[in-house]
Structures are given as structure tokens and as C-alpha cells.
Design a protein around this ligand. Structure first.
Ligand SMILES: Cc1ncc(COP(=O)(O)O)c(C=O)c1O
Length: 278
């Protein structure tokens, strides 16, 4: 059963919960996390909570609950849902107050949904995705997992309308990340990904993939990557909590090779990794 949580209580997932003066929908004034649950256990919970605390501190938001209380709500939600393979989204907004840009003197609000996870088939992973390149028009603090996702939404929609699966943000010819994922490429056996600067989200999956690569002695370079290098790579893939590792089969009109030995090794390493963790 899918379930939600809002203002200190569990509620039906389609209850009309949000008050009109909730700053989350008025300003996008808040932060969020998404955690994947495998076989009833949330993966990388600590890492997600660390990032949540960092994002909240960056926007000067005081979390409404202690870390152990948030952990308790997540576990209780998973238990109540009875879902084994679940997607847990939670948002913390700056609360409910009459519309005014300055911070209100109210408590932040925590909301959460526990829903069935999207499972990607082997067929989908074998095919992979097509991507386009898109000028990055987002703000300068993309390492904050903020609720403000309008440029991401517009870019994803543009990709779909143009017949691609995803858009990869580019700034001055350097690749950054996708609309909801990080990006990697392989050239001559070395794994490349853009560095974890303020301009990308420091993905939990990105970090796990880098750890897997180091464990498997795959050389890794976190460095600035231009679009020519990206288009001429041997393999490329995106990563995120929901999609895990998904190959890219084309970058605009450039078709990438069908053989993906490093991506496949990393995907099986990642699977072993999360099976060990949970
Ligand atoms: C812009 C962006 N980059 C990267 C990611 C991947 O992060 P993670 O691996 O922590 O899910 C996300 C996930 O939502 C994202 O929105």
C-alpha cells in the first residue's frame, strides 16, 4: 500500500494535504531527498541524511525533526506500506505562513511519500537511453538538493519533445549532469565524470559508482569534460538513485558503441554492493 506523511502524521497518499500558504508550493522554498528501498531496507540512508542536513544548512533551514526522528518516520512509513521495493521521497519546506519572501517565524514542515519503486527491465538497460545536450540555465548552487526544479523540468520536457530520453546540461562546452542524474563516460578503459563542484548535485549513486570503480581497479578521473570528448567516448552512462546505472546509446547524432564492458562491470559491482548493504 502506498502511504504518505504530512505534519506529524501518516495519511492516505491521495489526501489533499497541503495548506494554501505552504512555502513549498508557493516558493519551492525547501529541500528534498529520494531514497530507494531494496527488500524492505533503505539503501544509503546515512548518506542521504547527510546530504539533507547539508542542503538544509545551505538554505538556512532548521529541520523540524532530529535525524533519529526522521529515520524513525522513514522506517515506520516503509513498515506501514508493506512495500519491499519502494521509493521514499521526502521534502522539508520552510513551513506555512502568509506569502512573504522573507523567512517566516514558523516551524519547517516535513512531508513524505512511500510508493512502489519503478523497476527498469533488463531490456531497457540493454537498450539504454538517448540524450541531447542543453545549455545549463540553472543557478550557481546545484549541489543543494532544492525543491526548485523548473529548469530541470523544462529541459527534460524539451528532450522528450525532441525525441530524446534525457537532456545533459552543458556550460561553456563542458558537460555537467542530467536533469535528474549524474553522467559518466569511459575512454580507453578510464572512467571519467565531471568533478563534484557547486554546479552539480553530489549524487549518492555517483559516489557509489566511483567507489565500485576503485574497488575494481578501474582508473577514475573526476575532471572537466568537453562535449567533443563526451561524444567520442567508448561508453557513457547516467546514474541516480532511481535509475541506478543506465547506459547512453546516443548523444544527439552520435551513436555510441554497443559493447559496454566497463558499464556492465560497474553495474554488476553496484548490484553486489547494494545487495551487501541491505
Ligand atoms: C540534478 C540531479 N543530479 C544527480 C542526481 C542523482 O543523485 P542521486 O544519485 O543521489 O540520486 C539527481 C537525483 O535526483 C538530480 O536531481
Amino acid at each position: 500500500m502506498e502511504i504518505a506523511y504530512y505534519q506529524n502524521k501518516f495519511i492516505d497518499v491521495d489526501s489533499p494535504a497541503l495548506p494554501i500558504d505552504e512555502r513549498g508550493h508557493q516558493f519551492g522554498d525547501g529541500v528534498y531527498e529520494y531514497i530507494r528501498v531494496y527488500d524492505g531496507t533503505p539503501l544509503f540512508l546515512d548518506e542521504h541524511l547527510d546530504r539533507l542536513e547539508k542542503s538544509a544548512a545551505e538554505i538556512k533551514l532548521t529541520l523540524p525533526y532530529r535525524r533519529d526522528e526522521i529515520t524513525g518516520i522513514i522506517y515506520e512509513g516503509i513498515k506501514r506500506s508493506s512495500l519491499k521495493e519502494a521509493a521514499v521521497y521526502f521534502q522539508i519546506t520552510r513551513g506555512i505562513a502568509p506569502r512573504n519572501h522573507s523567512f517566516p517565524n514558523v516551524k519547517a514542515v516535513f512531508s513524505m511519500t512511500v510508493k512502489k519503486a519503478t523497476i527498469f527491465t533488463d531490456e531497457a538497460r540493454t537498450k539504454g537511453i538517448s540524450v541531447m545536450l542543453r545549455q545549463d540555465e540553472r543557478w550557481a548552487n546545484c549541489f543543494i538538493k532544492s525543491l526548485n526544479l523548473l529548469p530541470n523540468v523544462l529541459s527534460k520536457q524539451e528532450a522528450i519533445e525532441k525525441g530524446y530520453d534525457e537532456a545533459i546540461f552543458v556550460h561553456e562546452d563542458f558537460v555537467r549532469e542530467g536533469t535528474s542524474c549524474n553522467v559518466f563516460m569511459v575512454k580507453d578503459g578510464t572512467l571519467y565524470t565531471p568533478p563534484a563542484t557547486r554546479h552539480i548535485l553530489h549524487g549518492i549513486t555517483r559516489k557509489a559508482v566511483l567507489d565500485c570503480a576503485r574497488e575494481y581497479n578501474i582508473p577514475v578521473r573526476e575532471q572537466a569534460i568537453n562535449t567533443t570528448f563526451f561524444k567520442n567516448c567508448d561508453e557513457a552512462f547516467i546514474t541516480s538513485t532511481s535509475i541506478e546505472i543506465m547506459p547512453i546509446y546516443s548523444i544527439e547524432d552520435q551513436i555510441l558503441p554497443k559493447e559496454r564492458p566497463v558499464t556492465e562491470r560497474l553495474y554488476s559491482a553496484y548490484q553486489n554492493f547494494y545487495k551487501q548493504e541491505v
